[in-house]
Design a protein around this ligand. Structure first.
Ligand SMILES: Cc1ncc(C[n+]2csc(CCOP(=O)(O)OP(=O)(O)O)c2C)c(N)n1
Ligand SMILES: [Mg+2]
Length: 369
């Protein structure tokens, strides 16, 4: 493995003329504003829900820290895109839906899968390429899937999940259920034709799909400003007359509330919504990102708004959790992650015969002489 492949955080120490992106310079709210807003939302929720949300975010973070370690140790192969820094988006949004609702997302999906109810064991085993993984060890980091939990991928083609999610949501309406579909994608996917075709159709046919753009401000090493003529993603809803909201993605409760509003619209009236959720990834695009397109100072500026630190500070200052309760949750999460790694390590590799299974929806003759 080359040095480049093992670097997930390689960044420039000097400021670069290419990285002075307007959105990076101006976060949606100051940390103080964000904290005040979060605390007022916190008062509306019961303790159990708050603890569950915190637990989920911490689990996603520690799970991925361990995955990064395993990747560097050569235990995980292929591409691996970490979600560290963005946890409030998946956890906040998925906390607003039901078990029988659907989630589709991109290749940056470990947290979404776990938040939707899949076990850390089945996700870690998939990363390790083991037969006990959610995709039988044949998908890896980018292709998690579990029909039982309504988690329909894990999609590696940028924007590929957007028309699929539109179809899934259409099917729910056609069948007359009140299920909703959450479709997560990065801001670079907004430049794909599939995004525009899907939003047009979703509003025209009134399908219960919630499009959640995780605007982490970069598509690989290209900043939003260098790739998109109009940077205001929520405004793109105007072209399709679709309801939209801009949300601070570092506040897990703001994401949850905006999603709840969209869910109500979708369940009651089959109406779609576009949410632009402003966030930031603290690690590289993938484990092989040399990181020479942004500065350490820029990352540190965003780390001051770390969604987990902000939420834990709110919980502590409002007296929801004591120091010892925080330690208890940290210990529970550690145990969950260690258990997942042990399970992945001890699981068998897929049988070579599995190469010929699950390739087509209706299997053709897989026997080979
Ligand atoms: C159709 C397509 N074009 C290009 C790529 C290569 N590619 C992989 S990730 C990526 C950037 C996507 O950025 P964004 O949608 O913002 O998601 P993020 O990685 O920031 O979560 C690109 C261009 C791809 N996978 N699919
Ligand atoms: Mg992006």
């Amino acid at each position: 493995m080359s040095a480049e492949e093992t670097s997930a955080t390689g960044v420039m120490d000097q400021e670069s003329p290419e990285t002075d992106a307007a959105t990076n310079a101006a976060p949606a709210q100051t940390t103080g504003e964000l904290k005040a807003a979060q605390k007022s939302r916190l008062a509306e929720l019961d303790r159990e829900t708050l603890i569950d949300i915190y637990h989920q975010m911490l689990l996603a973070r520690r799970f991925e820290e361990k995955a990064a370690e395993a990747y560097s140790g050569g235990k995980i192969g292929g591409f691996c895109h970490l979600y560290i820094g963005q946890e409030a988006v998946a956890i906040g949004a998925i906390s607003a839906i039901r078990r029988d609702d659907y989630v589709l997302t991109s290749y940056r999906e470990h947290a979404h899968a776990i938040a939707k109810g899949m076990s850390p064991e089945s996700v870690m085993a998939e990363l390790f390429g083991k037969a006990t993984g959610c995709s039988k060890g044949k998908g890896g980091s980018m292709h998690m899937f579990d029909k039982e939990f309504g988690f329909l991928g894990g999609h590696a083609i940028v924007g590929g999940q957007i028309p699929l999610a539109t179809g899934v949501a259409f099917a729910s309406k056609y069948k007359g259920t009140d299920q909703v579909t959450l479709c997560f994608f990065g801001e670079a996917a907004v430049n794909q034709g599939a995004f525009h075709e899907s939003l047009n159709m979703a509003q025209l046919w009134k399908v219960p799909c919630i499009y959640i753009c995780e605007n982490n401000q970069y598509g690989m090493g290209t900043s939003l400003e260098r790739a998109m003529s109009s940077h205001d993603i929520s405004q793109k809803s105007c072209a399709y007359d679709i309801a939209a909201e801009f949300v601070d993605g570092m506040d897990v409760l703001a994401v949850r509330e905006a999603t709840l509003r969209a869910v109500e619209r979708a369940r009651k009236d089959y109406l779609p919504t576009l949410l632009e959720v402003r966030t930031y990834r603290f690690m590289g695009h993938s484990m092989s990102d040399p990181g020479n397109y942004r500065t350490r100072a820029e990352i540190e500026r965003h780390q001051e708004r770390d969604p987990i630190k902000l939420f834990s500070a709110s919980l502590k200052e409002e007296g929801v959790l004591s120091d010892s309760e925080f330690q208890e949750i940290e210990a529970q999460v550690k145990e969950q992650v260690e258990k997942a790694v042990k399970f992945a390590e001890e699981s068998p590799l897929p049988d070579p015969k599995e190469l010929y299974t699950d390739v087509y929806a209706s299997p053709i003759n897989t026997q080979r002489d």
